[in-house]
Write a protein that binds this ligand. Structure first.
Ligand SMILES: [Zn+2]
Ligand SMILES: [Zn+2]
Length: 385
C-alpha cells in the first residue's frame, strides 16, 4: 500500500488505539496527515465500541494491519480538504462507515450502504478513496478501519462519512447513531419496512438489537419479543419497547419459546447476533409471509441451512442487511431529531464512558457479554462515574 504524499502537509501527532500484526492492541502516538481533496479532519468526542471491532481483534474478520480500530463515533470538524463545500470547521458530525462515493451505480441508485468503492477499496483495503492512508508512525503506514478509525483523538475521513448534525444534540450520546442505531433502526425501517401492528422478535439485545427493538416500537409493532442470555439486557429491552422476553439461557429451545408466545410465527425476526444458530432460529420462527433479517454479522466463511421448500410454501423472505440499508445523510440527522424529541432513548443504551486508554478493557467487557454500548472519550484522561 502506498503511503499518502506528505510533502506539502504537516501531520498532526495524535494518540490512537492500534491493532498490530501480532494481535497486540496498544494506545500510542500516530501521525495523522491533513485531509486531502474531498476529506475532512474531525476531533473525536466519543467512539462507540462495537462487535465489529471485536471481529477484527479476534481474527474472525481479516483486515489489513496495523490498523487504528473503531468505526462508530462523533466529533467536531477541525479541517476541511479541497472541494468540500458542505462541511466547515466547527460543524458537529456523526461518523459513518459507509462513506458513499456518490458516483458508482448503487450510489446513483440511492443505495449508498452498498457503495461499490466502499466495498472494494475503502473497507477491504483499510485506506481512503485514493487508495492511501492518512495514518502512519515510524514503522510505516497504518490502516484505517472501515474508513473511520475512531479510537483516536482525531480522524481524517471522506467528507461523505462525516454527517453534519444539529449542534444542540449531546455529542457523546449521538456517537452510537453512527453504527448501532443507524443499523438497528434502519433494519426495521429501510430493510424490512416493518408495518404497524405486526409481530416482531429480536434475537440479541446488544446495541444493534436494542436499536431494532426501538425501531419496532416506533414502527407500531404490537408484539416485540426480545431474546438474550443476559437478564439485565432483557430488562433494558422491556424499557426500550419489548412487550415480552425470552431468556435463551433458561429455555431448552428458543424457537419453541418464541412460538409459544406467538404460535402462528412472526411477521419479522431480526437476528442481531449473526451466529449460524441464531440465523437458523430467526428463519424457523417466521410465520406465513414473514421476513428474517440478518443484521448481526457472522464470521467470514460461515454457512447456515434452511428448508427452501418450507420457505417457498410459506412465502417467507430472508433479508441481508448492511448498515440498516441506510442513507446516512437522510437517516442520521433524522435519528438525532428523534433522540432530541425523546422518541429514541440512546442514553440508556450506553453502559460505560471510558478514557481511550481503557480500549482493551472495553473490548474485553464487550466480549464477555455484560457490556451494552461503551463509549471511549479521547478528550478525557479520567472519567468520573
Ligand atoms: Zn459497528
Ligand atoms: Zn458509491
Amino acid at each position: 500500500m502506498p503511503a499518502h504524499d506528505t510533502t506539502n502537509s504537516k501531520p498532526t501527532l495524535i494518540r490512537a488505539v492500534v491493532l498490530d500484526d501480532d494481535g497486540k492492541i496498544t494506545l500510542r502516538d500516530v501521525d495523522l496527515t491533513p485531509p486531502g481533496p474531498g476529506e475532512v479532519q474531525v476531533r473525536v468526542v466519543a467512539a462507540g465500541v462495537c462487535h465489529s471491532d471485536l471481529h477484527v481483534t479476534s481474527g474472525a474478520w481479516q483486515v489489513p494491519q496495523p490498523v487504528v480500530l473503531g468505526h462508530e463515533g462523533s466529533g467536531i470538524v477541525t479541517a476541511v480538504g479541497d472541494g468540500v463545500d458542505d462541511l466547515e470547521v466547527g460543524d458537529h458530525v456523526v461518523l459513518s462507515w459507509v462513506p458513499g462515493c456518490g458516483h458508482c451505480r448503487t450510489c446513483h441508485a440511492g443505495r449508498p450502504a452498498q457503495c461499490a468503492f466502499v466495498a472494494t477499496v475503502v473497507a477491504p483495503g483499510g485506506v481512503l478513496y485514493d487508495g492511501t492512508t492518512r495514518l502512519s508512525d515510524a514503522t510505516g503506514p497504518i490502516h484505517h478501519y472501515l474508513g473511520v478509525s475512531s479510537f483516536a483523538e482525531e480522524v481524517v475521513v471522506p467528507a461523505s462519512g462525516a454527517i453534519k448534525i444539529r449542534d444542540d444534540a449531546p455529542l457523546e450520546d449521538v456517537a452510537i447513531i453512527g453504527c448501532a442505531i443507524a443499523t438497528g433502526v434502519g433494519a426495521v425501517r429501510n430493510t424490512a419496512a416493518v408495518r404497524p401492528e405486526s409481530t416482531v422478535a429480536v434475537i440479541g439485545c446488544g446495541g444493534v438489537g436494542l436499536a431494532c427493538i426501538q425501531g419496532a416500537r416506533l414502527a407500531g409493532a404490537t408484539r416485540i419479543v426480545a431474546v438474550d442470555v443476559v437478564t439485565d439486557k432483557l430488562e433494558l429491552a422491556v424499557t426500550l419497547g419489548a412487550t415480552e422476553t425470552v431468556d435463551a439461557a433458561a429455555v431448552p429451545d428458543v424457537v419453541a419459546a418464541l412460538r409459544s408466545a406467538v404460535p402462528e410465527g412472526y411477521d419479522y425476526v431480526f437476528d442481531a447476533i449473526g451466529k449460524i444458530r441464531t440465523t437458523e432460529q430467526a428463519i424457523a420462527a417466521l410465520g406465513l409471509g414473514g421476513a428474517a433479517v440478518i443484521v448481526g454479522l457472522p464470521a467470514q466463511g460461515e454457512s447456515a441451512t434452511f428448508d427452501p421448500l418450507a420457505l417457498a410454501e410459506a412465502d417467507q423472505r430472508i433479508l441481508g442487511c448492511n448498515y440498516g440499508s441506510s442513507i446516512p445523510h437522510r437517516d442520521i440527522p433524522e435519528l438525532v431529531d428523534e433522540m432530541m424529541a425523546g422518541r429514541l432513548d440512546l442514553a440508556s443504551m450506553i453502559s460505560a464512558r471510558r478514557p481511550l486508554s481503557e480500549a482493551v478493557d472495553a473490548l474485553a467487557d464487550l466480549a464477555a457479554g455484560h457490556a451494552l454500548r461503551q463509549l471511549l472519550l479521547p478528550g478525557r484522561d479520567t472519567i468520573e462515574s
